[in-house]
Write a protein that binds this ligand. Structure first.
Ligand SMILES: [Zn+2]
Ligand SMILES: [Zn+2]
Length: 345
């Protein structure tokens, strides 16, 4: 899992972004213990954690990886030294650890260099810098604002964006997502794009796929986020997909995801609007950001979904994937005249 600098990471300029095929080829071994790895430490994550974990404690001399709990223990040791956390804090108090190449693994991961993004409630920039400098397994430290249930991004074009703050390192990570019709790696800037918690959305697509609904279909993914549903529609058989989001960081991630999954999707990006990041972060009138062609045609728009509907005119399937707190009724009303099927995912 090292070497090929394929797409420069747009956030840090490093090699955080690997082509999908390379991630898929390596994911099964990425977080597994080698036969020389020290055994599972079986730490209690809820009890006060009094151990002092330093830079090399518990790291395998052969493969260089460390158990997740020891990495979290090392972070907690730093936070206690900085007096941000009390002496009786537990491992679970540190925050939410997200592995850089997200995949459902049935065992605690063994972590190599820059393989974990941490989302934390209690952290300062100074301590985040120290964590990045001293804990090699940590790739990025993000400070959460608001409650855990509040979605990151924008609810609609009138709302103020809710984002987390990347305090140190890089927040680019991906999820390896599997379906009946194939796998994709979906990258996202974790401080700017909502976490997807479950596979139910993919299950909804699978049900439609089994009924043949995607065969040669024109699909509109109106709140596309990093592009998950729209790009999976291509694997499911769609011949044209229009992705739209009003949130510019999502559009940035969609374009990256078309590039890294290009081989799996059988498409090539042939147009990309320059200086995307000079645009307003919240889109209004839809503007074409990127186009790809091949096994399917892809168009990516940055705009208000209601206005993108006007230029769309007609489609077979309209996918509506709003945040959990948004009532989709308004969008169903708009799209029932445009799309043969409106699927609230
Ligand atoms: Zn990066
Ligand atoms: Zn090992």
């Amino acid at each position: 899992m090292r070497g090929s600098l394929f797409v420069k990471c747009p956030t840090c300029g490093g090699n955080c972004v690997l082509p999908a095929q390379e991630v898929l080829d390596n994911i099964y071994y990425m977080y597994i213990a080698c036969r020389y790895c020290p055994p599972d430490p079986f730490l209690n994550k809820s009890a006060p954690f009094h151990e002092h974990i330093g830079s090399d404690d518990g790291r395998c001399k052969k493969c260089g990886k460390r158990h997740l709990d020891l990495v979290m223990g090392h972070v907690l040791t730093i936070l206690k030294q900085k007096e941000i956390y009390p002496d009786d804090a537990a491992l679970k108090d540190v925050g939410t650890p997200l592995i850089a190449y997200g995949y459902q693994i049935p065992y605690p991961p063994r972590l190599g260099s820059k393989s974990l993004v941490l989302i934390m409630d209690s952290v300062t920039r100074d301590s985040a810098d120290k964590i990045i400098a001293q804990v090699p397994e940590i790739k990025g430290v993000i400070k959460r604002s608001g409650s855990q249930s509040q979605s990151v991004g924008i609810l609609d074009t009138d709302s103020k964006p809710h984002t987390y703050e990347l305090l140190s390192g890089c927040d680019m990570r991906c999820d390896v997502i599997s379906s009946l019709f194939g796998e994709l790696t979906i990258y996202r800037n974790q401080s700017l794009i909502h976490i997807e918690f479950n596979n139910n959305k993919i299950k909804s697509l699978e049900e439609m796929y089994l009924k043949g609904e995607f065969d040669n279909a024109k699909v509109f993914d109106g709140f596309c986020g990093p592009g998950t549903l729209g790009l999976f529609s291509i694997l499911a058989g769609a011949k044209k997909v229009i992705l739209n989001d009003a949130w510019l960081p999502a559009i940035d991630n969609v374009i990256l995801n078309i590039r890294v999954n290009s081989e799996l999707l059988g498409v090539k990006l042939y147009f990309q609007l320059q200086d995307i990041n000079k645009r307003d972060r919240i889109g209004d009138e839809p503007e074409l950001m990127a186009k790809a062609s091949g096994m399917a045609g892809i168009e990516v728009y940055h705009g208000d979904i209601r206005k993108t509907a006007k230029i769309l005119k007609e489609c077979d399937i309209c996918l509506i994937d709003t945040f959990p707190s948004v009532d989709p009724y308004e969008y169903i009303t708009i799209f029932k005249d445009i799309a043969k099927k409106v699927a609230v995912i």
